[in-house]
Design a protein around this ligand. Structure first.
Ligand code: RFL
Ligand code: PHB
Length: 398
């Protein structure tokens, strides 16, 4: 096979890699996307559901919003539930009134499908089942990527490499841990998530703080619920029979007149809660982004949104470097991203702490209940919450 040369090799066909590929295409920059999993696997993965308003607007600007605009649910508020005295109570936070913004409910799986189908229709390079196993020459004129697929080993050379291969990818692992300047926090809890063929209990998301642990009722469509339970870190799906899952969902989420609806499980998974930030995101010609550069606990619904915001920064800077020979444009990439990374990391940490049961301390319980009441009052804290949840502005991508 002839060696392939490209301007930008993109490692990973998650939302970050696929959005970057689209942004580069619109700027007229050559790129190839390399994905170790099969096409079916990537299209089957259930993950995020909430897209911030500025990110949804960006996707429309990129020409990938058609199906999203037709099928999405727009939410202009959210429900927070907690125990007050002997009863569970629910408060609404009105995003539109407090921040003038909404969020889009549209599955990551659907967004990834839209991006893949568009790239394939445009006949642009996207290889599934192709695992990147090594990178050489990060400080030279070109980087050589070693790849492995069904046909065997091959190499690709690129002027720049986007390391957007997720939290368990290889690009960050190839670097010395010290060089990445990594900070992290692990929580003693995980999320058990189920996708259920049944209507959600409310037309809005319900985030519930309960003495037995956090629960969340989200959705994908008016007929499909996405429900989550806090479980101890280390639990596996074998520890949670369907009966036990339903008992806990009912106990933690039901209010009179608003029960969780039971239905067939379409998917189930367990995700540990953790925060990771690699404070260094650039290594010569390798630029990290998305989950490969930082992981947030899902409590704040920020991971996908942050990945897209990184890509806007990267796309504009790659444009200047590749099209105008201004390699120095990439110097500012990491600093431009890190402010937002820490804001999202803070918001996700704050949501996780507010809503989960992470210790047995009654003192902390009272403090958190008081914060939820303060949010319900609609003052400054509620405005900050609504503004942060619905999303900060995204920088220009070209
Ligand atoms: P991804 O999606 O993990 O994609 C990385 C891709 O790289 C591939 N790969 C490789 N390819 C080639 N060679 C190698 N050596 C490779 N190593 C890995 C992988 O197969 C994969 O296809 O990372 P990306 O693009 O940075 O996107 C990040 C998002 O997927 C993630 O942040 C969100 O899913 C997080 N998240 C949420 N984010 C939101 O904004 N809103 C939400 O509501 C939300 N809910 C969630 C979530 C994540 C969850 N889990 C399962 C972690 C809910 C959950 C439960
Ligand atoms: C989801 O619908 O999957 C979802 C919603 C809100 C979150 C996390 C995940 O905070």
């Amino acid at each position: 096979m002839n060696p392939i040369h490209t301007d930008v090799a993109i490692v990973g066909a998650g939302p970050a890699g696929l959005v970057l590929a689209r942004m580069l295409q619109l700027q007229g920059i050559d790129a190839i996307v390399l994905e170790r999993r099969s096409r079916d696997y990537v299209l089957g993965r259930v993950r995020a559901g909430i897209i911030e308003q500025p990110v949804a607007e960006l996707l429309v600007e990129l020409g990938v919003g058609e199906r999203m605009l037709a099928d999405r649910l727009v939410h202009d508020g959210v429900q927070l539930q907690h125990r007050s005295g002997d009863a569970m109570v629910r408060h609404r936070v009105d995003f539109l009134a407090l921040a003038g913004k909404t969020v889009t409910v549209y599955g990551q799986r659907e967004l990834v499908r839209d991006l893949i189908e568009l790239r394939e229709a445009d006949g642009l390079p996207l290889r599934f089942g192709c695992e990147v196993t090594g990178l050489e020459g990060l400080d030279d004129d070109r980087v050589v990527l070693r790849c492995r697929d069904q046909a065997g080993e091959s190499t690709i050379s690129a002027r720049y490499v986007a390391g957007v291969d997720g939290a368990r990818g290889i690009t960050a692992q190839l670097l010395d841990a010290g060089a990445r300047q990594t900070l992290q926090r692990r929580y003693p809890a995980a999320w058990l998530g189920v996708l259920v063929e049944a209507a959600p209990p409310s037309h809005e998301l319900i985030y519930s703080r309960h003495p037995e642990g956090f629960a969340l009722a989200s959705m994908r469509t008016p007929q499909v619920s996405r429900l989550y339970l806090q479980v101890p870190a280390g639990d596996t799906l074998a520890d949670w029979s369907p009966d036990r899952i339903w008992q806990h969902l009912h106990r933690r989420l039901d209010l009179p007149g608003s029960p969780v609806n039971e239905g067939r499980f379409l998917e189930s998974s367990i995700t540990p809660l953790r925060s990771v930030v690699h404070r260094r995101m650039r290594f010569g010609r390798l630029l990290l982004g998305g989950d490969a550069a930082h992981v947030v606990p899902p409590s704040g619904a920020k991971g996908l949104n942050l990945a897209v915001a990184d890509m806007a920064q990267l796309s504009r800077r790659l444009g200047r470097a590749v099209l105008h020979g201004e390699a120095s444009a990439l110097d500012g990439y990491q600093d431009a991203c890190l402010r937002r990374v820490w804001q999202a990391t803070h918001f996700s940490w704050w949501m996780t702490d507010l809503l989960h049961r992470l210790d047995e301390e009654e003192f902390g319980d009272e403090l958190r209940s008081e914060q939820i009441r303060t949010l319900a009052d609609g003052g400054t804290l509620a405005r900050w919450f609504a503004d942060s949840y619905t999303g900060l502005g995204v920088s220009s991508w070209s």
